[in-house]
Design a protein around this ligand. Sequence first.
Ligand SMILES: [Zn+2]
Length: 718
Amino acid sequence: MATSDPADASADAATSTDPHDLPDEVVEAGHEYEAARERVEELRTRIRYHDYRYYTLAEPEIGDSQYDALMRELRTLEEQYPELLEPDSPTQRVAGEPTAGFAVVEHREPMLSLSNVFERDELFAWRQRMVRLVEREEFRYVCEPKIDGLAISLVYRNGRFEYGSTRGDGLRGEDITSNLRTIRTIPLVLNGAPADGPPVDGEPSALPAAFEVRGEVYLSKEEFRRLNEQRAEAGEQLYMNPRNTAAGSLRQLDPRVTATRRLNLFVYQLGWVEGDRPVTSHSEAIAWLRSLGFPTNPLTETFDDIEQVAAFCEGWVDRREALDYDIDGVVIKVDDLATQRALGVVGREPRWATAWKFPAEQAVTRLKAIQVSVGRTGVLTPFAVLEPVFVGGVTVSMATLHNLDHLRGLDIRAGDDVIVQRAGDVIPQVVGPVLSQRKGRDLPVFEMPDACPVCGTPVAHDEGDAAYYCPNRACPTKLARLIEHFTSRGALDIEGFGEERSAMLVGRGFVSSLADLYDLPEKREALLEVDKIGAKTLDLMFAELEKSKQQPLHRLLIALGIRHVGSETARALARHFGSMQALRHAALEEIQAVDGIGPIVAEAVYEYLHDEEYAALVDALAAHGLRMDEDVAARGGILEGETIVITGSLDRWSRNEIEEFIKSLGGKVTGSVSKKTSFVVAGDGGGSKRDKAEALGVEIQDESGFVGLLRERGWTGE
Ligand SMILES: [Zn+2]
């Protein structure tokens, strides 16, 4: 330690004389110094304790202003008495100076890599190898989510953080101590350390003289979004994913930059120990590390049965989206340390651990071109044409670029190598360019075309609005997209009009307005000439069209594709006005007065209904016999199209009663929660279904919330 011991400082001041001979003011100063030293110790202990509660347990006991006051007092005392300053004081988390580069740290024990398994059979084979090697059938396994971050090594001596490093090549890493110090969940002084550890639940064992702990530094998804919002505002290039951002932050030469990034940590292993190892199993080691104040992953579980291990791993494939940090698999370790030693290491992989890897969600490929598509409202959206690449279990050759801002924010250019992501059911997206691959190549910056790529109409662009759009109402692609929307399940639900067929109907001139759809039966002969449409298909399409005429008003309002009108707005309008006629005659103020309708939406609705061309369309649809009202009985169908799961017991209804009730309102009741569940009604004692809903991000309503939702939708029953 570079700073002097306070005992030495007072020895200097006393210059070897008897304190009784000193002048009064010197004695007084000595007392003050002693009081300051005690207060500093006390403040540090309290701040460490509150840091632990706040950052590691997420259970703060005091407010920010109280915490700031403690910190301020400590800082003032340390400024007044610089000899009291110590590198592991809470004030010193961001005190390091920028460095020219990182020193190399040799790992005392290599940081190994893990073998991978991708499915059950491979997991069972991994276990089988262990069975053969140690001639034993029984193992206890510890399973922990595999954080997609950066592996690091931390060394503690006498209960204090000494230094930390990156994994590097496994044998040698970089000394990033100053940067690690800025991570609030990394304890600088351990619970049970001599003098002033933070008091934590449970008695810690005696600390070994020194030991190493390994963990994963990561950036939460929320923090990643926060950083990117800041960068977008500042007009800076956006970060691509949390992992790269965490890596870049940890390797900043200026720790003050690292400190602004709010990195986080989970420790997952006890490394080498000087002196007696205080534990005999991995799970004990994790519990021990937790008792010292380290953050450990609460989702870690222990199993005796490999089948349960497989189920745990498979369970996380879908649920991982619900976590606030990225995981790319599950790490499975044999718990018993003696068994670990017996199994040993092969090459640089331990035999006693493996990683169940999820299908890769990201891959790198060449961005061949950036093209522009036209949506049903005419908005032009750039999209990526890719060199086909296998990612997330499928081959991808096109991906979304979101919008122009996203594309510009990331500086994505045609010809770049790009990272493509496909996670779960989400459509593939371009995460960003691999800039190091662009070197030496002069790639053009993307510009929006001046004319619509479909109809050639000059593109319109409102100042202050990010969107570019084709203003031509007859633009063929706009119409084709509108037909897709008009016939989609949430709208009039007419089968047989997919992307290709809608484009064909417009392209061949069968349809030049939505109302023409209902004239298609008259064009039967001509349609039969078209490839890939047989008589059977046509008859089905016609039957579907006929059926759609009975759809209630709110479905029609959705189908028309009025700007800002989604299902909730359409329902509110239909419920309130009851018929198209009433809605058409309503003044703007009347529309605005409807519950849940804001001024922008009201204006869009009003403008649409009073536009000559659109008014003619609505008349034509009415002439074709489409229903133009929301009858009173249908107004009861407020749960139509919704799939609801009930769990726990409710006060108002028995289980049978609520199921009947939901059905009577047009809803469907199912027994298990999935992504398709609209929401879960949870009464007292709802357990696993509630957990599953939380993990999948499905909305949960308690009984009164459910009743409130029904009332919002116009239910007037008791
Ligand atoms: Zn156009």
